[in-house]
Write a protein that binds this ligand. Structure first.
Ligand code: SAH
Length: 391
């Protein structure tokens, strides 16, 4: 077995906080001939065992740990046990029909994502060391569930940093990749093959319920709607009118189909528009809504661009707030882990100051619990969902 020895001075992340990432500059020596993706044993400078994980010399994160147990062998059965554990946990906390079955690091399976949409599974293997185990992961899914289909959405640019190609396709017999899921008593079409990410944003599934009371009888504006999930929830919860904007024609077409599927097409309309422009224009024109909902994409994936992201969030929330009637509500999200919760609240506070509005917090919560937050591992708490009353 190849052995990696850490430097004496490394960040407390790995050894004390138990985070699975080991950066190349934290490793002193690697003994043995390394094939990218190999399993290696990691030791501290004074020869204490740290864990076993996969190595990729092409990646800045040289090693990602899979286990802290010296006696655990990484083989097909290991992946079966990990998937079963994750599935048991999801059921224990009340998620079974649709859930993120594996949330990478938080499930101790770095860079593996598996979303379960009733009997269908969508997989992403975002690092070489986990990609190698794809057959074992698929075997485990087949053993635990009776999947109607398994699909890989590895058309993700980060794979290139690992020397992997972007690909997508079936990992089971081919099936119709346009499926329907139930969420909170509503139906949504999920396009597994061509939708964004894995096809659907499960991380907002609980937050969509949080708008239930504030939208009754309301005129609602939603921006960054994707397939219209929040907006269709709003209509089902009794909104008077709902207008949703997304820049993607495909998303808008699917959102309109979803509205029909739920019989709310007379209440909800979706339009393909640039939300930045429209919100600015409508705020200038003095349009007013009872509820404005914003769920923009991540404005940055790198720390270097963090200032740009802060400016983006402030700007969009400022425009959103201006469109809220006094006493109405702003429902706003941020999905980048680089903007941590405190910073997000600060940004909203700055926007309120600029808009000269007083705000009162209704709720502030993270992603749904099927995407577990491991305390001390910042990147596992990535979604911020806030409802405020705007006076
Ligand atoms: N609220 C959705 C997820 C939104 S994801 C849900 O819960 O399912 C972010 C969306 O913002 C994407 O659909 C993307 O197409 C859209 N988007 C990105 N830039 C935009 C822009 N400038 N104007 C409008 N929509 C935009």
């Amino acid at each position: 077995m190849i052995k990696a020895t850490l430097k004496k001075k490394i960040s407390p992340r790995v050894v004390i906080n138990g985070h699975p990432w080991i950066f190349a500059n934290e490793v002193n020596t690697v003994d043995g001939e390394v094939d990218p993706g190999d399993i290696v044993e990691v030791y501290t400078h004074d020869k204490k065992f740290v864990g076993k994980g996969y190595i990729n010399p092409a990646s800045q994160i040289l090693i990602r740990l899979l286990t802290r147990d010296k006696n655990e062998t990484i083989n097909e059965d290991f992946f079966y046990r990990r998937l079963l554990q994750a599935w048991n946990y999801r059921q224990q906390i009340g998620y079974s029909e649709n859930c993120r079955l594996i949330f990478g690091e938080a499930d101790l399976l770095p860079q593996l994502i598996i979303d379960k949409f009733n009997d269908y599974f969508v997989i992403q293997t975002l690092a070489l060391g986990i990609d190698k185990w794809k057959p074992a992961i698929v075997a485990a899914l087949n053993k635990i569930f009776t999947p109607k289909g398994i699909y890989e959405r590895n058309d993700v640019p980060v794979r290139e940093l690992e020397g992997l190609q972007q690909i997508k396709g079936f990992l089971s017999e081919p099936f119709d990749t346009k499926i329907t899921i139930n969420e909170n008593g509503l139906k949504f079409l999920v396009d597994i093959e061509n939708g964004q990410k894995t096809g659907y944003f499960l991380d907002q599934q609980d937050n969509r319920r949080a708008i239930q009371h504030i939208v009754k009888g309301a005129d609602v504006l939603g921006a960054f709607t994707y397939t219209g999930t929040f907006e269709i929830h709003a209509a089902a919860y009794g909104a008077k009118s709902v207008l949703g904007l997304d820049i993607s024609e495909n998303a808008v077409a699917q959102a309109n189909r979803n509205a029909k599927l739920n019989g709310v097409e007379n209440i909800v309309k979706f339009e393909a528009e640039n939300a930045f422009d429209k919100l600015k224009q409508w705020a200038k024109e003095g349009r007013q809504y009872d509820v404005v909902m914003l769920d923009p994409p991540s404005f940055t994936k790198t720390r270097e661009n963090i200032q740009k992201a802060i400016t983006g969030y402030k700007e969009i929330n400022l425009r959103g707030m201006k469109l809220v009637k006094p006493g109405g509500f702003l429902v706003t999200s941020s999905c980048t882990n680089l903007v941590q919760p405190d910073l997000f609240l600060e940004i909203i506070q700055m926007a309120a100051k600029d808009a000269r509005r007083k705000i009162r917090q209704v709720c502030f919560q993270p992603q749904s619990a099927d995407h577990p937050i491991v305390w001390g591992w910042e990147n596992t708490h990535y979604l911020k969902f806030l409802i405020i009353q705007v006076d």
